[in-house]
Design a binder for this molecule. Structure first.
Ligand SMILES: CC(=O)N[C@@H]([C@@H](O)[C@H](O)[C@H](O)CO)[C@@H](O)CC(=O)C(=O)O
Length: 304
């Protein structure tokens, strides 16, 4: 086991060329940027990575490239293998285990949804069993999957069914349920927090790390937030959290994933655009976002 995930893990974007094909050649630069800005790991092929718009082969190509690139860095590597088809998930999990990766994670199937907690646990168990040597995280993201069971119940029941269960990547803003999970089984489970705009609240109740999209472009803000929190300087921590809120709010107004990819491109990491069904920013939207980021002070906030 890798121990618990600490610090800020970037849920990475998937780089595409102008023609929409995968652009593996930029991953080295992407990793260097993330390491330089202080993230502690990468969570690839997740929501931010547009997992459901990638072919199985593309997901494996990404895992292979990241596994090679992160060697020689301090970045942890977690591969998201969730899919609607459990056979594909199992293939991805087995493939991840053949590489140098730290853990896998999987969301619930969501087109046909598990009707009971036990059915959800059976889905996780099938995937986790395909890579028994890797820690398995259930990726709880009800806003995207529409699957919503109490994660404290999931952990209690799944712990006896899934030997390699490490915890839950908690992309669910329910802080009460989060605390119940944190206190289960002598805090045995790892619970990386997945809603960046509430990370300060999560730290206050016991989080030790987060996985999220905005750590790709704004890790320095979160690092200052964490150090202010650790020295009990709540005013400074709140100020940094509010910076994150303003950035995220701006991205949401412009279409979150396309806007965050555009911002990464502006930072010199050319990740290209998003794939349909998501849509890219129009030129006017790009200009307005760029101006708003400058006016906000974004580029000063993230300077190293
Ligand atoms: C619903 C959603 O996409 N949540 C994001 C957050 O990082 C989110 O983008 C951020 O908090 C802004 O709302 C992550 O939890 C997703 C994530 O980790 C991933 O891309 O796999």
């Amino acid at each position: 086991m890798i121990g618990k995930l600490t610090g800020f893990i970037a849920a990475t974007h998937t780089p595409f060329l102008a023609n929409g094909e995968l652009n593996l050649s930029v991953i080295e630069k992407q990793a260097a940027h993330l390491e330089a800005t202080g993230v502690s790991g990468v969570f690839i092929c997740g929501t931010t990575g547009e997992c459901h718009s990638l072919t199985l082969q593309e997901r494996m190509d990404l895992a292979e490239r990241w596994s090679a690139v992160r060697r020689g860095t301090n970045l942890k590597l977690i591969v998201h293998v969730g899919a609607n088809c459990l056979t594909e998930s199992r293939q991805l999990a087995a493939h991840a285990q053949s590489l140098d990766v730290d853990a896998i994670a999987a969301i619930s199937p969501s087109y046909f949804k598990p009707k009971s907690l036990q059915a959800l646990i059976e889905c996780s168990a099938e995937v986790a069993a395909a890579s028994p040597a890797l820690p398995f995280y259930f990726y709880d993201i009800p806003s995207m999957t529409g699957v919503n069971f109490p994660m404290s119940d999931y952990l209690e029941k799944a712990a006896v069914r899934i030997p390699n269960l490490a915890g839950v990547k908690f992309s669910n803003p329910d802080l009460m349920e989060y605390q119940k999970c944190l206190h289960l089984a002598n805090s045995k489970f790892d619970m990386p927090w997945g809603t960046d705009e509430y990370i300060l609240s999560a730290l206050a109740v016991g989080a030790i790390g987060g996985v999220g999209s905005s750590y790709n472009l704004a890790a320095p803000i979160y690092r200052r937030l964490l150090s202010a929190f650790q020295r009990v300087d709540l005013k400074s921590a709140q100020a940094e959290q509010y910076r994150s809120v303003q950035i995220i709010d701006l991205m949401i107004q412009h279409g979150y994933l396309a806007a965050s990819k555009f911002a990464m491109n502006q930072l010199g990491i050319d990740l290209g655009g998003v794939r349909l069904p998501l849509t890219n920013l129009e030129e006017t939207q790009k200009r307005s976002l760029q101006l708003s980021l400058q006016t906000l002070g974004f580029y000063d906030w993230i300077a190293l």
